[in-house]
Ligand binder design. Sequence first.
Ligand SMILES: [Zn+2]
Length: 315
Amino acid sequence: MDIVYSDRYQVDIGAHVFPMEKYARVRDGLVSRGLIRPGALVEPAPAGWDELALVHTAEYLEKTRCGGFRASELALLELPWSPAVAEGFRLMAGGTIAAARLAVEAGVSPDRAAAGRSGGERRLAAAVNVGGGFHHAFPSHGEGFCLYNDVAVAIRVLLRDGIITRAAVVDVDVHQGNGTAFVFDRDPAVFTFSIHQEHNYPHVKPRGSLDVGLPDGTDDREYLRALERSLPAVMASRPDLIVYVAGADPFIEDQLGGLSLTHEGLRGRDFLVLSTARDAGVPVAIVFAGGYARRVEDTTAIHIATVEEAVRLGA
Ligand SMILES: [Zn+2]
């Protein structure tokens, strides 16, 4: 499976609840578990300004490029602005575009087609961006640590290039995917599904195609039941690509989340989403989104487990 990553994802955002160091920690964990060979990572190119403009307004992009945010805008964004921060997020958006392209390519690879013809076991087609998932960014403003909505940008790029005609977003971050829902509101080519904690940020939740707001403290069993009930509607939209926004923050010890999933429950969540995609023959681009566990090792372990589940399913 192709794994997209750059050391340049880790930009300085000062003392912050968002652990930027998780990206390098995940990379190290994937290498030490033998899930990737060092040197086998795909280094992304930054998303082009024309690509970002498929989602974001020219005025907003100019501000992200040159500065000029008002204090109130930075308070909403909850990130400091610097040219380096903007470049790091633009690179991560490029990483999500790359992962989406690679996932679709994996789905049509000659090996996989041959395995299907010989009646061999179906394998998951997937690629991962060790980063991305900034689902709170809107066309004309950023919010909640999200400068560019890489999920929406990647989908718009693949639609533009004729690589896909339909896509679905499966967003399991503990926070509703408000920016993504807003971008694709009334867009029949994109199905947006978010399963999240109802009483949490964002307090205004633009409606996606399917939103499941869970009560505080929802445990593994209830969560997996709700997820399992929801996935048929996502698959009925017949996507050519799923972008899996695999936030680590539904974890019971997350500082910004109020659900009660364990490591096992989160692994079960990943298995459910990825095996459903495998069974339907739909490629998956995995992005990481949030994760604010008291111990950064927990956040890292949850992201690594998502990659492990994809590999176990044949990606
Ligand atoms: Zn989140």
